[in-house]
Design a protein around this ligand. Structure first.
Ligand code: G3P
Length: 225
């Protein structure tokens, strides 16, 4: 499962890249709005930092297929290869996806709440389909189950589309999908930081340090003991 950051603040992206095995960055219009700058300025900064080989996902705003296509072309032109155009799975979105796929564009089908949306996006040529796990949970359904079923639908129908699960609020949701082997998960910084925040680990490491310092002296390590 690819491990992707769902955020647009460059400082925080740099921090996460320094510590975690990150495969790329996803954004959406709400995430970009938090930066309060021109979207292309922000996105170009991210692209420069993550490099040409990493995935960068950028969403279109238009509601009609023609507008989505035009935005997709500018997104690709400005941000280069390995940029995935995020298209919401509406009727117009499916129309845009079919044409963009024929052009060879990288497409991430987004705003997915149902298995049927994902199936249609896969048939329309999307590389990724992004079910909103926690938002589905908040509707009283089971977001992890929906994401797993979408994964199965792709495999059983010989579609190359992968799940790019999004909208996580806790580690358990992420873990369940890693165990199932879905293609990718995009996760916000606060949820990423919670993935390994375990008091038991902190206590275990502190006990090791205390024992070692008892042996060799305060502040000593395997470097200078
Ligand atoms: O891009 C869609 C996804 O990232 C939404 O996440 O946390 O706003 O539900 P969230």
């Amino acid at each position: 499962m690819k491990f992707i950051v769902d955020f647009a603040n460059l400082d925080q992206i740099k921090e996460l890249y320094a510590y975690y095995p990150v495969d790329g960055v996803t954004t959406n219009p709400s995430i970009l709005a938090k930066e309060g700058k021109n979207p292309y300025e922000v996105l170009k900064g991210i692209r420069e930092f993550i490099g040409v080989n990493a995935e960068l996902h950028v969403q279109v705003i238009s509601l009609d297929a023609e507008g989505m296509m035009q935005e997709a072309h500018r997104i690709q032109k400005e941000l280069g290869a390995n940029t995935y155009v995020k298209v919401p799975v509406t009727k117009e979105g499916l129309k845009a996806m079919k044409t963009l796929a024929a052009e060879g564009a990288n497409i991430t089908a987004t705003a997915i709440y149902t298995q049927m949306q994902a199936y249609l996006a896969g048939k329309a040529g999307a590389h990724y389909a992004a079910p909103y796990v926690n938002r589905i949970d908040n509707l009283g359904a089971d977001g992890v189950k929906v994401a797993k079923e979408i994964h199965d639908i792709f495999k059983k129908n010989d579609l190359k589309t992968e799940v790019l699960a999004a909208s996580f609020k806790n580690s358990q949701q992420v873990l369940e999908l890693a165990k199932y082997g879905v293609g990718a998960a995009t996760i916000s910084p606060d949820v990423i930081e919670g993935l390994i925040k375990l008091d038991s680990v902190t206590c275990a490491v502190a006990a090791f340090t205390k024992d070692f310092e008892g042996l060799c002296g305060k502040g000593k390590s395997m470097l200078d003991c």
